[in-house]
Design a protein around this ligand. Sequence first.
Ligand code: PAZ
Length: 358
Amino acid sequence: MTTVTDQHPKEDADIYFETHAAPTNLALVASALNTFLTHHRVAGRRVVLVSSGGTMVPLENQTVRFIDNFSAGTRGATSAEYFLEMGYAVIFLHRQFSLLPYSRHYSHSTNCFLDFLSEWGRIGEDDDAPEGTGDGDVVVRRKYKAQMLDVLRKYRRANEQKLLYLLPFTTVSSYLFYLREVATQMQIFGSEGLFYLAAAVSDFFVPPSRMAEHKIQSGDLPDPLAEDSTPATTKSDSKGGRKLMIDLDPVPKFLKRLVERWAPDGMIVSFKLETDPSILLQKCHMALNRYQHNLVIGNLLATRKYEVVFVSPDGEEWIRVPQAKDGETQIEIESEIVPKVVDMHERIIKEKKAAKRA
Ligand code: PAZ
């Protein structure tokens, strides 16, 4: 497991880890990660950490209410599949119950897996009487078979070759503890380690010192004039009524920590989500300048499935796929994003190796 050393003066990030409890399974995760990474290092395979889904910020210690970050996990789960196809082993650090590689095709609201199945012998609808062995047999409807077989084979390969390590998180603090653990262990991969940070991570949190133990009571808000040490404070509104005020601290800038200390040799790709098109590029450039990593992929909430922009020291490049019309299958933009990232990774590995030799 990771410990913070005295080599560097204490910063907000260190204080954050000191004041938050590590996930209870961190030692187990660390050991499983070690096995996974050693296996792929020996096999000469590259590893990518894909982060995915939104982080949750609890408002109470015994959490009933929380603040969440938007993300279904589509970007991460889809990208993970393309990385696996391109020969990488994948650590999939994801929000619990968000979309997962392979099962994403049959889960959540878009597709109920039962719609893909039929009862043998049942004619009608469009279930086209698939082959089966007899009454009571459940079979895949013919029109879905080819696609399902393709997904099934890829899923089996990933399992059999132990190419995919699933690591779920819920809160922003568990995400950060796992990220630090994974990154420091991935140092053995040097420049062959890749970080693809698609998770939507909260910028704010309630410090443990101000965290209410029990559910914040809506009918019993504290007196606005009273000193109180919970995240919930009240203020009078213009009509003399009480409002619940949530007092959040900024989450320390962990991307800086990742780039400078946890993964100094790996390639680091961050994502930037905005809703206002007029600030997207500016925000991507700001992030690249501030953290000095390899690539920021910018996207807008409304168009994230059809266009993204790569902002790197080489400049800006937009990637677009046509928006599917009714009944058409949407081209996954990740099928364009991932090969480009892999190309960049190849180039960076070559450059770093050449620089070492020189
Ligand atoms: O998970 P999803 O496919 O619904 O959304 C993906 C995304 C928009 C969360 C991701 O592409 C992204 O931009 N992540 C970083 C978000 C941020 O700026 O913190």
